[in-house]
Design a protein around this ligand. Structure first.
Ligand code: F0G
Length: 435
C-alpha cells in the first residue's frame, strides 16, 4: 500500500492518491493527513540508520528533515528535494529560565536556528518538494510572517514563483524584509489572517496555485521531524512535557502525529503530554478546551496580541490539535501580554533569545507550575519557534520602556536593559562604569 491522503474524520475515512491537489476532504470538508503503512523494520535499526547519516556530507543526509525521510515517505523519488539544511536545531539547557518557570530543569528546542529563523523551514522543504513533484510552478500562502519568509526562501531556491499574502500592519519588519529579500511577490491585504486565509484558499483553486499554508498535509509531515530530531537528541528518552505556542495549530497537529507514529513504530514507549500556550487576546483553542461542547470552535473575531506570529482567531487545524492534545493527556493554557514580555526577557538573559510568540512557552510553564498542573521535577522541553531577530522592534521597545499593548496599555518593562547615552569623554565613562 503506497502513501495516501486520508480524511482526518474517522467516520468519513475517505482516502485519496498522494498526488491529488486537495487541502480538505472533497467528501466531508474535514482536514487531510498523509498516511503510510507501518514498516516491518525494527525500531533499533531506524535509530542507527538516522544517527549514522549525521556523518555524511550528502545534502539530503545533512538536512534535519530528509535524514528521517523513512518517517515521512510521501515522495517516491528525492530528486525534487530542495534543502537549505533545515532542522539540526539545538536542544539548549536554560537553568535561569527553569528557575523563572519554577522547574528544576528546562531545555529549549530552538527552532529559531533554522535557515530562515523559524520552525516553518522543517515543513516548507516538504511542501515545496511536493509542489515540484506535482509540476506546479506557483505557490502561495497567507502568513503572520514566518511561513511567508520560509516559503519565499524555499520556493525561490527551487525556481518556483512565491506569492505571499500578509495582514497589512500586523507583521514584524524582520519577517516582511525576508519575504522581499527572497524575491516573493508580496501582497499586503487590509484584513486579518483568518479573513485572508479564506480568500487565498479560493484564489488557489481558481488560479491553480499550490497552497502552502499548514492545511497542506506535507507541511505537517515535515514539522513532525522537529519531534523526531528532539527524540534522537535525547537518545529516545521521552520527556514528561513538550510545550509549544499555539496559533493556527499546525505545529500542535504535527507534534501529536509525530509522537503517535513514533509509538506505533516502537521508537518510543509512551507519549509526552503536549502543553499548548496561547495569548489571552487570541485564545480560541484555550476557550474550546474549557468548554463543555468541544464539537465546535468559537472563533475570536478580532484577535489581539503583540506576539503577531500567533495573532489568529480561527485556527484551521483545531480538530487535529484537539485530537492530539486529548490523546496525549495534554493541556492548553493562555498567558497575558505582560507574562509573554517578561518571559521573553528571561529567555534573552539566558543568552538564548526568541521572538515574542515563542516566549509564551515559558510564561505558560510558569503558570502551569504555579497552578500545580506541572510538577517542578517534571522533565520539560519547550519549543522556541522563532529567532530573536525576527521582531527587533518589540525587543527594543521593551528594553526602552516603550512597549504598548494594542489597546495602548503600557507593558511593564520589569527586566528592562536600557542602553545608556554617554558623551565622548574618558573620565565620565570611567566614573559611570566604576559605580
Ligand atoms: N510561533 C511562531 C514564531 C510562529 O510563526 C507561529 C505561526 C506559531 C508559533 C504558531 O504555530 O500556527 O502551527 O500553531 N506562524 C504562522 C505564520 C501562522 O504564518 O508564520 P501554529
Amino acid at each position: 500500500m503506497p502513501a495516501e491522503l486520508a480524511c482526518f474524520d474517522q467516520q468519513c475515512g475517505a482516502r485519496f492518491p498522494i498526488t491529488e491537489v486537495i487541502y480538505s476532504c472533497p467528501r466531508c470538508g474535514s482536514l487531510l493527513e498523509a498516511v503510510y503503512p507501518k514498516p516491518e523494520t525494527p525500531a533499533a535499526e531506524w535509530k542507527q540508520l538516522w544517527r549514522n547519516r549525521r556523518l555524511s556530507n550528502a545534502p539530503l543526509e545533512q538536512s534535519g528533515v530528509w535524514r528521517y525521510r523513512e518517517f515521512l515517505p510521501f515522495l517516491s523519488d528525492y530528486s525534487h528535494v530542495v534543502t537549505l539544511r533545515e532542522g539540526n536545531t539545538p536542544l539548549l539547557d536554560a537553568p535561569r529560565a527553569a528557575r523563572f518557570g519554577g522547574l528544576d530543569h528546562l531545555s529549549f528546542k530552538h527552532q529559531g536556528f533554522n535557515p530562515t529563523g523559524s520552525f516553518k523551514d522543517n515543513g516548507m522543504t516538504c511542501g515545496v518538494a511536493q509542489a515540484l513533484r506535482l509540476g506546479l510552478s506557483r505557490v502561495a500562502c497567507v502568513s503572520t510572517g514566518n511561513t511567508s519568509a520560509s516559503m519565499a526562501a524555499y520556493a525561490s531556491a527551487a525556481g518556483l514563483e512565491p506569492l505571499i499574502f500578509l495582514p497589512h500592519g500586523n507583521i514584524s519588519f524582520g519577517k516582511l524584509a525576508q519575504a522581499l529579500e527572497y524575491g516573493a511577490r508580496t501582497l499586503q491585504v487590509e484584513a486579518n489572517f483568518d479573513q485572508i486565509l479564506a480568500l487565498v484558499r479560493q484564489l488557489a483553486e481558481q488560479l491553480g496555485i499550490y497552497l502552502l499554508n499548514s492545511v497542506n498535509p506535507f507541511r505537517i509531515e515535515g514539522q513532525k521531524t522537529i519531534m523526531l530530531e528532539l527524540m534522537d537528541q535525547r537518545d529516545w528518552s521521552v520527556p514528561d512535557w513538550v510545550v509549544l505556542p499555539g496559533g493556527n495549530l499546525g505545529n500542535t497537529s504535527a507534534f501529536g502525529k509525530a509522537f503517535r507514529e513514533m509509538k506505533e513504530w516502537g521508537l518510543i514507549d509512551r507519549l509526552p503530554r503536549l502543553a499548548v500556550i496561547q495569548a489571552t487576546g487570541a485564545a480560541p483553542f484555550y476557550h474550546l478546551m474549557q468548554s463543555q461542547d468541544r464539537s465546535r470552535l468559537i472563533a475570536v473575531e478580532h484577535p489581539e496580541t503583540l506576539a503577531t506570529a500567533i495573532k489568529i482567531g480561527d485556527p484551521v487545524s483545531w480538530p487535529k490539535a484537539l485530537a492530539e492534545v486529548t490523546a496525549s493527556s495534554g493541556v492548553v493554557e493562555m498567558v497575558t501580554e505582560q507574562e509573554i514580555a517578561d518571559a521573553k526577557a528571561v529567555i534573552g538573559q539566558c543568552g538564548i533569545g526568541c521572538e515574542p510568540a515563542s516566549a509564551a512557552t515559558l510564561a505558560g510553564i510558569r503558570k502551569l507550575v504555579s497552578a500545580g498542573s506541572m510538577g517542578a521535577s517534571d522533565e520539560v522541553v519547550a519549543v522556541l519557534t522563532g529567532n530573536v531577530l525576527k521582531d527587533p522592534t518589540y525587543t527594543y521597545e521593551y528594553h526602552t520602556r516603550k512597549l504598548l499593548s494594542r489597546d495602548n496599555t503600557p507593558i511593564e518593562s520589569n527586566l528592562a536593559n536600557e542602553p545608556v547615552l554617554v558623551p565622548y569623554d574618558l573620565s565620565r565613562i570611567t566614573t559611570l562604569l566604576d559605580t
